[in-house]
Design a protein around this ligand. Structure first.
Ligand code: NAP
Ligand code: GDD
Length: 329
């Protein structure tokens, strides 16, 4: 019988890439969509799979909706990708972030325990949990957590809850501790997409500058399309476990800016970039870099797309998008 997967966060960045990957493996996909006056299926349409998903309604903040859903569909696997995932917003909306990212996971895990204890559960954990901590310049599965935002804190709760349901009830649960991953369908508020979107607009003559915060922050950036394979592989193991997933290389925001302008063929990026305190965070994570030896060894996973290829892919996609919208430019 075909495997079934429930993907929460189906309308975000990772949901569509994961759905595409699992559809190619003949999964039946249920995608959780919350009540919205106007839901946006644009990312699924971009990957040409919007009509291949079975949409189900529910909200991570509404326990009954998740209990009923799991009772009815009892999927083989659940990939919990839904979150208030924007770190900057979590400082202003800490409670909402906690309700969705922490308590939402409690609701889902309780639903599994009560109605579908053989369902395997993937939790979208994050390198933001490490915050200021590192082990010789890297973060791996043994590095302690020191989150620096309500977002990071909400994800630490969810991480440990995921471990606890494995230890206490024997449920198959795994944490994928993923480092930053991007794509042409990355949300426009995240720094890489904000940069490639602005660069494309500048190229076409639709914008004159780009306001950014901390240019010195370093991230380990990979391609979302590569990372969803690691999620899948985690749930194909004999038992649930926790894995760090990243490229092992990091770069500053400034390096990403330089590359993006270069790929767009625009010289002198400094003339366009304005450092704006509005985009600085009350507490920053200065540097993240993954040591994902465990994922490489046990899952056999490694990234396929490097930093330059990622930046180029995103710049080209945004330029193409604006050219279609402004054919005379
Ligand atoms: P994303 O683009 O922000 O997508 C998050 C999705 O969650 C959106 O589709 C959103 O739905 C949904 N959502 C938010 N609140 C919800 C609620 N109350 N009920 C149901 N759905 C809700 O995030 P992403 O980049 O795909 O990341 C996927 C997951 O991985 C997130 O949990 C994120 O925290 C985590 N993560 C991401 C990265 C990364 O670099 N991308 C790295 C590590 C971990 P709407 O479309 O309705 O708003
Ligand atoms: N968004 C944004 N906008 N970030 C900026 C800007 C700006 O104008 N200027 C500088 N930055 C810096 C941020 O301060 C941060 O240090 C870095 O760029 C990356 O910011 P984001 O792209 O917003 O991502 P993030 O690292 O905070 O969080 C993302 O990655 C996490 C994994 O490490 C999100 O996808 C999280 O959901 C994910 O868990």
């Amino acid at each position: 019988m075909a495997k079934t997967a429930l993907i929460t966060g189906i309308l975000g960045q990772d949901g569509p890439y994961l759905a595409k990957f699992l559809l190619e493996k003949d999964y039946k996909i249920y995608g959780l969509v919350r009540r919205y006056s106007n839901p946006n299926f644009g990312n699924l349409e971009y990957l040409k799979i919007a009509d291949k998903v079975d949409y189900v309604e529910g909200d991570m903040a509404d326990e009954a909706s998740l209990l009923n859903l799991i009772r009815v569909i009892r999927p083989t696997e659940i990939y919990n990708l839904a979150a208030q995932s924007f770190v900057a917003a979590s400082f202003e909306q800490a409670r909402l972030t906690t309700e969705v990212n922490s308590l939402g996971v409690l609701h889902l895990l309780n639903a599994i325990k009560m109605f579908s204890p053989t369902t395997k559960f993937y939790q979208a954990s994050t390198s933001e949990m490490f915050g200021l901590q590192h082990t010789n310049g890297y973060q791996d599965e043994k590095t302690p957590f020191h989150p620096r935002s309500p977002y990071g804190i909400s994800k630490v709760y969810a991480y440990w809850l995921t471990v606890n349901f494995r230890e206490a009830y024997g449920i198959f649960t795994s944490n994928g501790v993923l480092f930053n991953h991007e794509s042409p369908i990355r949300g426009p508020q995240f720094v890489t997409r904000k940069i490639t979107d602005a660069v494309a607009k500048i190229k076409i003559g639709l914008a004159k500058n780009l306001h950014l915060g901390n240019l010195e922050a370093k991230r380990d950036w990979g391609f979302a399309g590569d990372y969803v394979e690691a999620m899948y592989l985690m749930l194909q193991q004999e038992k649930g476990d926790d894995f760090v997933v990243g490229t092992g290389e990091n770069h500053s925001v400034k390096e990403f800016v330089e590359l993006a302008f270069r790929f767009a063929g625009i010289p002198h990026w400094e003339e366009y970039v304005v450092v704006d305190p509005l985009f600085k965070r009350p507490s920053e994570v200065p540097e993240l870099r993954a040591k994902s030896d465990k994922a490489r060894k046990i899952l056999g996973w490694k990234p396929k797309t490097n930093f330059e290829e990622l930046a180029k892919m995103m710049v080209e996609a945004d330029i193409k998008r604006y050219k279609i919208l402004n054919p005379k430019s």
